[in-house]
Structures are given as structure tokens and as C-alpha cells.
Design a protein around this ligand. Structure first.
Ligand code: FES
Ligand SMILES: [Fe+2]
Length: 431
């Protein structure tokens, strides 16, 4: 079976061998030929809004940093000192001055230019040509205030080529005007692809999540390829469907809480008709625009069988801390993504302290939280996958599991293009 870019497969089939989900060799191939060569989501513009703001991230084999300089420009730089190669910055934060290497204190301006070398005259035989020792540059792309970076300064695939026709089908809410309300993380014992495929699986929504999401069934959802990416839509309006599923006590509680929190939908979103969407940005980023917030999930491969899920949620700007607290409370109580972390200590920002399934008390299926159900499920697949008896059976067609085949084909195309020269499909895409 050949799946072409932009063409939705009618029938699903498993294209990757099972080793792809646990072997060191596959992990190495993906790090080298996919994650080191594809555009990667870094952060929202909101996290880089002030001069000096920076966010570090690993892009395949490359430690990188995105940085807001004094003049308001953003830079994607390799986070490696040009002297002996120390990492320069860590995590995220705000720089008051330039970039200082801790090892021998070489200093760089925020645009990466080398500024100072201690004991330069005394210890270096010739005057250093500082212009040749700037931090190496990557490339930067901005899609609706979501910042993506690429380790090459001139990538063979431009950012527009990477996006494909996604911008023509983009979501209604203006992410440009939103602010990050909460960031959380999960550490999962599974391969990153097992989690991505679970997110694209329309078949399980009304089964695994029978008592949480309660659907939609495969007849009430659809997905379409957008370039190499995946775009899912629910066909029933979220609001009225949620109301139908709530008891009258739950409705009253939700109504009161909405009133107290000053709940309103995001501008541009039609509450009566919006059925919800998910955009899976190949290979490992997802966007979930909802009625009053937009959720973003980054699925980070840590090892063949460990994956970090970072989630952040953006909402319309708040005018006071108490308004922010009310929004958080409402989100924690009623959003379709509760427990992506808010439950713990009420701390909305636990991205640096990832949750694990073992932190959950009680059985995951009794958590009342579809996200916990998903983590439980993907870890169970990971537990089974190395058994010689493991085999993937028939996949469901239509809106069920065809998206898995599409994702697998895009991955294979990428690996083949990078490893073995351009294959025919990749050639037609980049032509
Ligand atoms: S490694 Fe950075 S100054 Fe020496
Ligand atoms: Fe799920």
C-alpha cells in the first residue's frame, strides 16, 4: 500500500515493524534522521515576550536555545560555547545581560555574537577573530505565534513547505492574543509513537473513554491530512453534547462555576456549532483548540521506552491574579483536560516536575480523567510490545485507525528521504 502526502488512506494497515517502538536502533535513526532534520515546536511567543527571554530545548541531537534580543528580534541558536563546547543556558528564563559561559566566561551578545574572552591578550597567541566565533545559528518559523526551530540555518525544507496546507485550515481562536495559563508534564513509560498513535486513534474514543469522554463514535468524527499533519474534527457541538451528558446537579455546578469564573468563549469561536478539533503537527506536537482555551501538547522522546508529555494551556489574557486563579479553578474542575496535572497541590506550573502514573491513587479507569486512561493504556502496550507473542492485528478503517497508517507513512518517508536519498514521494512533495 502506498499512502501519498495529502491523501487520506481508506484502509488502515500497520506499516512500522514492532521494533520501531522499542529498539535503540530505531530511536537513534529517528533522532538522527527525523528530529535533527525536521522543524520542531519550541514555545509560544507569549513565553518570549520580553527582551532577554529564552527557552532551551533539545532538537534531535542538537541542544538549542530561542532567545529574544534587545531589539525585539528572535534568534534560534545552538546552545554550545564556541570555546570548548559547554552548554550555555539551561531551561527557560530571562537574561539581564548577554550569554555567559560558566566554564571560562566567554560572553556572547543575545544575537550570538562573541563579545568577550577573558585574558585574551595574555593567553591566546594571536588576536582572536571574534566574528568567526559567534554561536551557530539555526532557523526560526512563526505560525500564529507558535515558534518552531530548525537546527540548520538554511533547512532543505522551508517552514512554509513544512506547514503544507495547514494554514488554510487553521483554528478559529486567535492564538496570537492568548497567554499561557498553565504548564504541566507527564513522564510515560512508552515509546513516543505509541502516544502519538493513541492520540490519533478515533476508534478508542467511545470505548476506552466510555465513561469519561463518551465518544464521539467513529461516525461522529472525521480527520483529514493537512500536508504531513493530521487534522481531526468532532461533528457534534461540544457544548450541547457536554450538557446532554451532565446530570442536573453537574449542570448547576458547572453553571455556577462558569458564572463565578467569568467564563466566556474565545473570540471567533461559535459555541453553538463548534465540535472541537485537534491538529497533530508532524511529528510530535498537537494543538487542541477548545471553546475557552487552546491546549498544546509536545511529545518528547526521551529513550526508546520513555516519553515526556509537556502540556500547556492558553487562554484570553486575565486582568488580575484573582481572575487568573478563578480561571485555573474552572479549568481544573471542568475542562476536558483536567488532571493533565492541576490536581497536584493546585500548582499550575509543574512542567519541571512531571507526573507519573504511579502518582495517581486508585485505578486509572476510576480516575474520571480520560488523560489518565490514555497514559495507562499506552503504558500497557509498551509493557507487551517486547513479548515474542506480540503482534498487531487488523486495524480499523475509515475514521478509526487510518490516521495511524498515515503518520507511519510520513515517518517512513522522512527516514527514507534522509537515509537513502529522496524517494519518489518525498521528491514530489519538495518539488
Ligand atoms: S567552554 Fe565556554 S568559555 Fe570555555
Ligand atoms: Fe484517548
Amino acid at each position: 500500500m502506498t499512502i501519498k502526502i495529502g491523501k487520506k488512506p481508506i484502509e488502515a494497515s500497520q506499516l512500522l515493524p514492532r521494533e520501531a517502538y522499542y529498539s535503540e536502533e530505531w530511536f537513534r535513526r529517528e533522532q538522527e534522521h527525523l528530529f535533527s532534520k525536521v522543524w520542531t515546536f519550541a514555545c509560544s511567543m507569549d513565553e518570549l515576550s520580553e527582551p532577554g527571554d529564552y527557552v532551551c530545548l533539545q532538537v534531535g541531537k542538537y541542544p538549542m536555545v530561542v532567545l529574544h534580543d534587545r531589539e525585539g528580534q528572535l534568534h534560534a541558536l545552538h546552545n554550545i560555547c564556541r570555546h570548548r563546547g559547554s552548554i550555555l543556558l539551561q531551561g527557560r528564563g530571562n537574561l539581564k545581560g548577554g550569554i555567559l559561559c560558566p566554564y571560562h566566561r566567554w560572553t556572547y551578545a543575545r544575537d550570538g555574537k562573541l563579545r568577550g574572552v577573558p585574558q585574551e591578550k595574555e593567553l591566546f597567541s594571536e588576536k582572536l577573530d571574534k566574528c568567526t566565533l559567534s554561536l551557530k545559528k539555526g532557523a526560526l518559523g512563526n505560525f500564529r505565534n507558535l515558534i518552531f526551530i530548525h537546527p540548520q540555518e538554511q533547512p532543505s525544507e522551508t517552514f512554509d513547505e513544512f506547514l503544507g496546507d495547514l494554514p488554510q485550515h487553521s483554528w478559529p481562536a486567535k492564538t496570537e492574543e492568548l497567554k499561557v495559563l498553565t504548564c504541566t508534564a507527564w513522564e510515560m513509560n512508552c515509546n513516543w509513537k505509541t502516544f502519538v498513535e493513541n492520540a490519533q486513534d478515533g476508534y478508542h474514543l467511545s470505548h476506552l473513554h466510555k465513561s469519561t469522554l463518551m465518544g464521539p463514535s467513529t461516525g461522529r468524527q472525521e480527520w483529514q491530512p493537512r500536508g504531513r499533519h493530521w487534522h481531526w474534527k468532532g461533528l457534534d457541538p461540544i457544548m450541547s453534547t457536554a450538557m446532554e451528558k451532565m446530570s442536573s446537579i453537574e449542570k448547576a455546578k458547572a453553571g455556577l462555576s462558569a458564572l463565578m469564573s467569568g467564563w466566556k468563549p474565545l473570540p471567533g469561536v461559535d459555541v453553538d456549532s463548534y465540535g472541537g478539533e485537534v491538529f497533530g503537527i508532524f511529528p510530535n506536537f498537537a494543538i487542541q483548540p477548545l471553546l475557552d482555551n487552546v491546549g498544546f501538547a509536545k511529545i518528547i522522546p526521551v529513550s526508546p521506552n520513555k516519553t515526556l508529555l509537556e502540556v500547556f494551556i492558553m487562554v484570553a489574557p486575565w486582568s488580575s491574579e484573582s481572575e487568573k486563579a478563578k480561571r485555573l479553578k474552572f479549568l481544573a474542575d471542568f475542562a476536558p483536560l483536567p488532571g493533565v496535572g492541576y490536581a497536584k497541590d493546585g500548582d499550575p506550573n509543574i512542567r519541571d516536575r512531571p507526573l507519573r502514573l504511579k502518582d495517581i491513587t486508585g485505578h486509572p479507569m476510576e480516575s474520571g480523567n480520560f488523560h489518565v486512561e490514555d497514559v495507562w493504556q499506552v503504558e500497557m502496550i509498551a509493557e507487551a510490545i517486547e513479548s515474542p507473542a506480540f503482534e498487531i492485528g487488523p486495524l480499523s478503517n475509515g475514521e478509526g485507525e487510518t490516521a495511524l497508517s498515515y503518520f507511519q507513512q510520513m515517518l517512513l518517508d522522512y527516514l527514507q528521504r534522509e537515509e537513502g536519498g529522496l524517494n519518489e514521494q518525498a521528491k514530489s512533495y519538495t518539488a
